[in-house]
Design a protein around this ligand. Sequence first.
Ligand code: CP
Ligand code: NVA
Length: 330
Amino acid sequence: MAISLTGRSFLTLLDFTPEEITHLIDESARFKELKHHHSLHHWLEGKNVALIFEKTSTRTRSSFEVAASDLGMGSTTLDPSSSQMGAKESVEDTARVLGRIFDGICYRGYAQRTAEIMAEVAGVPVWNALTDDFHPTQMIADFLTIRENLGTLAGKKLVFFGDARNNVANSLMVASAKLGLHYTACGPEALRPAPELVERCRAIAEETGGSVSLTENPAEGASGADVLYTDIWLSMGEPPELWAERIELLIPYRVTPKLMGLAANDAIFLHCLPSFHDTETTVGKEIHERFGLKEMEVSDKVFRGPRSRVFDEAENRMHSIKAVMYCTLC
Ligand code: CP
Ligand code: NVA
């Protein structure tokens, strides 16, 4: 049966079937092909989208803007300092207004509930561009990148090292379960994913042939892994005072050449980015001065090494966000 996602919001992959997620990955690959062949695809000409960014962004915002333009759509980016949302107008009223003006709404912010409220009242698709809980558009790009490199998804071992209860890790666990991968959350007990989400993903994985496991042992996590994935140790919205505690908890989970050496021969390294792999950032410099660390969640050698696919992954954000907008608006 043909898959249609028309009119659907995209808030978490928990709402989508494995077939629907695979369809989005297939469509992302198709859009990548078109872009690389300079084939115009103004297939949504006349439509307009609103892009709300309450948190900072490089990849996601650029991807939504370029994807909208490539599809022939107009886009308007709103941030807290240039809109009434939150301060003078409720989320609900804002969503109702934007739903009258635009054909779709992208939302990056804090509570997942905010994205849900918007989707309930806007009357047009709402796309989650990252909340504290989930980052679903990132997943379509990530699993496209894995498929491009490893050929298949089901049966592969994907390990997340670090803050295994953050938005990216939660989404990787859901996506892996949906697509039949063996997912391992590798991090300290204090930063484990919520037990309810783990149980939910385990139930999904039982249906798809995948699995979900948790370990505090980095060598056990890396052993035989096909994909090693990490993310920054302190996510947007978390207070900088937490750095000292986080660093102490997470240093053993840095993705190093030694850990890569325990993985499968053709294993790849992924990171949603941005990454602290050197001291070329303001925060990286501060951390170096305060704690003496030159790299954090990943060694510079791994980040720049032959198994790293982080820039392909970043490019794939645009193709996959295009697929998400196209499939829900066409
Ligand atoms: N990976 C990602 O979402 O990057 P940005 O924060 O730059 O959008
Ligand atoms: N966990 C990170 C992801 C950034 C893309 C954050 O929320 O800041």
